[in-house]
Design a protein around this ligand. Structure first.
Ligand SMILES: [Zn+2]
Length: 210
């Protein structure tokens, strides 16, 4: 593995590992996160491909935040929690276990959520990019800076940008960090019809420019 080393790891409920990679003593400008949702595994393939040969020292990378969900092929983690509803936003609300967007018994209840929150506390990235599928759009949470970054990424992908997905997302990562903490958060929704090699080529460019 090129210039990147394992910086931090933790184990999930199923004893799968969540891992953070970066350069030792790096300038951690941008945090990149794959597989928030276990049934959207392509982010891991793209990021692991980049880790082999990539050279951008500004990046810290979590290729797969939800390894249990990936094993189970579910959106949620092994506790049936949608990690993208488990962050302690002002509008966090408790929903029922079993619902698609179940956000946990309490905010920040999940190992995966705590792992990401600790990384952000420790490395203080100035911007964050997360990879989802399948809507072929680049979403952003935050101000003009977030919008500019979304535009730059969308241009390379040939996608549109959007600052509002059209429904409230209590407990979401973007609401917590982008809106409430003012760290630009870009949520890339990949086009499921593109091949892995096409996406890897585009991400080689996106990630080298972050
Ligand atoms: Zn998703």
């Amino acid at each position: 593995m090129g210039i990147y080393k394992l910086l931090k790891s933790d184990f999930t409920k199923e004893k799968n590992k969540i891992e953070l990679f970066g350069c030792p003593n790096c300038n951690c400008n941008t945090l990149v996160i794959g597989v928030f949702h276990g049934d959207e595994p392509i982010g891991k393939d793209i990021l692991e491909n980049y880790l082999k040969n990539g050279t951008n020292k500004n990046l810290i990378i979590v290729p797969c935040l939800n390894p249990d969900g990936m094993t189970l092929n579910t959106r949620q983690n092994a506790n049936k929690v949608d990690l993208n509803r488990n962050f302690p936003t002002k509008n966090w609300t408790k929903t029922n276990i079993g619902e698609d967007y179940y956000g946990g018994e309490t905010p920040e209840s999940e190992t995966e959520t705590k792992f990401i929150m600790q990384i952000i506390e420790e490395y203080k990235p100035k911007q964050i990019v997360t990879i989802h599928t399948p809507y072929k759009i680049v979403n952003f949470d935050g101000d003009e800076k977030a919008k500019k970054l979304a535009e730059k990424i969308a241009k390379i992908l040939s996608y549109e940008i959007d600052d509002d997905i059209g429904y409230p997302t209590p407990g979401s990562f973007g609401t917590y960090y982008g809106k409430e903490r003012n760290i630009p958060v870009i949520t890339i929704e990949l086009d499921e019809n593109e091949t892995l090699s096409e996406l890897c080529q585009k991400f080689d460019r996106i990630l080298s420019e972050l």
